[in-house]
Ligand binder design. Structure first.
Ligand code: XMP
Length: 308
C-alpha cells in the first residue's frame, strides 16, 4: 500500500542529496504532476527552486489565477505573461503540427531565459512512470538535457516511479486544492489544438468561454470524476443561425466528452440529454458569435481525443 507521508519524507531527503546547493527550475503547468514535483522539491531546497508558469494565452479560463492562488505562498513562483508573443508567432498558422512546433519552441526560449537569469543547473520534471515506460531505453533515469542555446541542465524527476493515482494521493497530502488534484488532462499546446485552423482572438475567446461552461455543467452534474476529458472546441467553419428576427452566419462549437483509462483509446459514453441541451443553450446565449453547438460521438480510434 502506497504511504504518502513516507514517500514525501524519503523523497525530500533524496532531492536534497541530488540537488545540493544548486539552483533548480521547473515549468509549472498547474497539472497535478508538475504541481506535486514542484512542491516536493520546494520542501527540499526552498527558494533555490524557481517554478515558472508561462501564460501562453492558450490556457483555460481562470487557469493562471488558479495556479497563482494555489502556489504563491508555497513556492518561489514566476509568472510570465507571454500572450502577445504566442498569438503573434501563431498568426496565419493553420497546420496542427506547425502550431505545436511553434508553441514548443517559443515556450523553451522563454523558459531558457529564466533558467539563465537564475543560474539554474538542474531541471525538475514531473515525469511519472507511464511517461517513460513506453520509451524505456531512450530516457535514462540519470540524464542531462541540452537547451537550444547549449545550456545543459541535469534532470531530476522525483515522481519517476509513481502512477497517476499515487500522485493524486500525494497532491491531497500536500494540501493542493481539488481543482488541481483532479484536474483533467490538458494538452501542452493548450487551446491552440482546440481552435481548429488559424488561431484568432475571437475563436480563442469562444473556445475559452464555451469550455468554461462545459466544465461547470459537467461538474454540476457530478460527472467530472467519471469522464477522462470534457471540453469544447471551435470548428474552422461557420454556419447559419437565427437570433431574434436576424439570420446570422457564425462559429460552430463542438463539445467532446470521453471516458478512458490511459488516453490510448477512449469512448464516448451516454451523456444525459438534458445536460447536453443545457450546455448548448448556455453556449449559444452566453458566448457571442456562436451559431450552433454540436456533440462529437466519435470514439478513439478512429478519432483522436483532441480535434487537432
Ligand atoms: P489524442 O488527441 O492524441 O490525445 O487522442 C491523447 C492525450 O494526449 C493529450 N494531447 C497532448 N498532450 N501535448 C500534450 O502535452 C500535445 O500536443 C497533445 N495532444 C494531445 C490529449 O489531451 C489526450 O489526453
Amino acid at each position: 500500500m502506497f504511504n504518502p507521508k513516507e514517500f514525501i519524507n524519503e523523497s525530500i531527503e533524496e532531492i536534497k542529496k541530488q540537488i545540493g546547493n544548486r539552483k533548480a527550475i521547473i515549468a509549472l503547468s498547474g497539472g497535478v504532476d508538475s504541481s506535486v514535483a514542484a512542491l516536493l522539491t520546494s520542501k527540499a531546497i526552498g527558494d533555490n527552486l524557481t517554478a515558472v508558469f508561462v501564460d501562453t494565452g492558450l490556457m483555460r479560463k481562470g487557469e493562471r489565477e488558479e495556479v497563482e492562488k494555489a502556489f504563491k505562498d508555497k513556492l518561489n513562483l514566476i509568472v510570465i505573461d507571454a500572450k502577445d508573443k504566442f498569438l503573434e508567432a501563431l498568426k496565419g498558422v493553420k497546420d496542427p503540427e506547425e502550431k505545436r512546433k511553434i508553441i514548443g519552441e517559443l515556450f523553451i526560449r522563454i523558459f531558457e531565459e529564466v533558467a539563465k537569469d537564475i543560474g539554474a543547473e538542474v531541471l525538475v520534471q514531473g515525469t511519472i512512470a507511464p511517461d517513460w515506460i513506453e520509451t524505456e531505453g531512450k530516457i535514462k533515469s540519470h540524464h542531462n538535457i541540452a537547451l537550444p542555446s547549449g545550456m545543459v541542465l541535469e534532470v531530476v524527476e522525483p515522481l519517476r516511479e509513481l502512477y497517476k493515482d499515487e500522485v493524486r494521493v500525494l497532491a491531497k497530502e500536500l494540501g493542493l486544492p481539488d481543482s488541481i488534484v483532479y484536474r483533467q488532462p490538458f494538452p501542452g499546446p493548450g487551446l491552440a489544438v482546440r481552435v481548429l485552423g488559424e488561431i484568432t482572438e475571437e475563436k480563442l475567446n469562444i473556445c475559452r468561454e464555451a469550455n468554461a461552461i462545459v466544465e461547470e455543467e459537467v461538474k454540476k452534474a457530478g460527472l467530472d470524476r467519471e469522464l477522462w476529458q470534457y471540453f469544447a472546441a471551435v470548428l474552422d467553419c461557420k454556419a447559419t443561425g437565427v437570433k431574434g428576427d436576424e439570420r446570422e452566419y457564425n462559429w460552430i462549437v463542438a463539445v467532446r466528452m470521453v471516458k478512458s483509462l490511459d488516453a490510448m483509446t477512449a469512448h464516448v459514453p451516454e451523456i444525459p440529454f438534458d445536460l447536453l441541451k443545457k450546455i448548448s443553450k448556455r453556449i449559444t446565449s452566453e458566448v457571442p458569435n456562436v451559431a450552433r453547438v454540436v456533440f462529437d460521438i466519435t470514439d478513439k480510434p478512429p478519432a483522436t481525443i483532441e480535434f487537432e
